[in-house]
Ligand binder design. Structure first.
Ligand SMILES: *[C@@H]1O[C@H](CO)[C@@H](O)[C@H](O)[C@H]1NC(C)=O
Ligand SMILES: *[C@@H]1O[C@H](CO)[C@@H](O)[C@H](O)[C@H]1NC(C)=O
Ligand SMILES: *[C@@H]1O[C@H](CO)[C@@H](O)[C@H](O)[C@H]1NC(C)=O
Length: 246
């Protein structure tokens, strides 16, 4: 009897753990994918957007903030297989993009910058996890060989690199900020924000009110109850068997 109660409690505890993990997984998994995977893009190139991890959601679309939030211009969506492809980006395509479902659930916002200049900074599209290694790369429009570059954070020079990149081996909250880079003789990139997160503490709306989670919980709870009932039955049978044996 005590064993059963203990098992029930352990199961309940496991259940709560699993639910938390499921939500965290879901939160990390639902995001706006940008191709090429960077925040800054050269003018006249192609950029595509996709929504990942919104399995089973209806009316999924890519939104761009303008005077009133707009669906990513579908008249320029040529390539099939991505929710939104802008074949030729212009400076005006700079701005905040996100994924939105038919019933209004949103992914994180991504700030895209399109530049007419000849240098861009390649930095992570999404917030990075504390402790991860992060590579910032400075890209010249036409340079074929490796170039040397300088990196700036919040307006201050932080590194002269003899290569085109700069690596932060283990990011922390103090690495957050606005980054840009420059290639001597070619120019400077625009600025983009690097955001660092402690992922376990992040939750987004999509996990709390999702049907699959509720369904999963329901199945788990019913399963646990059946399991407990079965165990009780077996124990009682065994006990009565012992009694008869005496
Ligand atoms: C995007 O840019 C806008 C305007 O500069 C700023 O208010 C917003 O916080 C930025 N969002 C992200 C996710 O960096
Ligand atoms: C970078 O690109 C610009 C514009 O295309 C070009 O004029 C410049 O020579 C390039 N710089 C390097 C270091 O290749
Ligand atoms: C980077 O190089 C510039 C000149 O090219 C120099 O003034 C500056 O002190 C250097 N900074 C670092 C952090 O090495």
């Amino acid at each position: 009897m005590e064993v059963t109660a203990l098992r029930l409690m352990i199961n309940m505890w496991l259940l709560l753990q699993v639910q938390d993990n499921y939500c965290a997984l879901k939160a990390d998994a639902a995001f706006l994918r940008v191709t090429p995977a960077r925040l800054q893009h050269f003018e006249y190139k192609s950029v595509s957007f996709d929504c990942e991890g919104f399995d089973g959601e209806l009316g999924l679309r890519v939104m761009k903030k303008s005077q009133n939030a707009n669906t990513c211009s579908t008249n320029r969506n040529i390539q099939k297989g991505s929710l939104c492809t802008i074949e030729t980006v212009y400076i005006d395509d700079s701005g905040e993009y996100w994924c939105e479902t038919g019933d209004g659930k949103k992914s994180d916002t991504v700030n895209i910058t399109v530049t007419a200049g000849s240098v861009i900074l390649e930095s992570p599209v999404h917030p990075v996890k504390e402790g991860d290694a992060v590579t910032l790369r400075c890209k010249n429009k036409t340079a074929s060989s490796t170039i040397s570059a300088s990196f700036y954070k919040n307006g201050f020079l932080i590194k002269n690199s003899s290569a085109d990149n700069m690596i932060i081996p283990s990011v922390s909250r103090s690495d957050e900020g606005l980054y840009r880079c420059s290639v001597s003789g070619s120019g400077e990139s625009p600025q983009s924000r690097l955001t660092v997160r402690v992922f376990q503490k992040e939750t987004i709306a999509i996990c709390s009110d999702q049907l699959p989670v509720l369904l999963y919980l329901f199945v788990r709870i019913v399963g646990t109850m059946l399991w407990a009932a079965l165990l009780l039955l077996v124990l009682r049978k065994r006990d009565s068997g012992k009694d008869r044996g005496k």
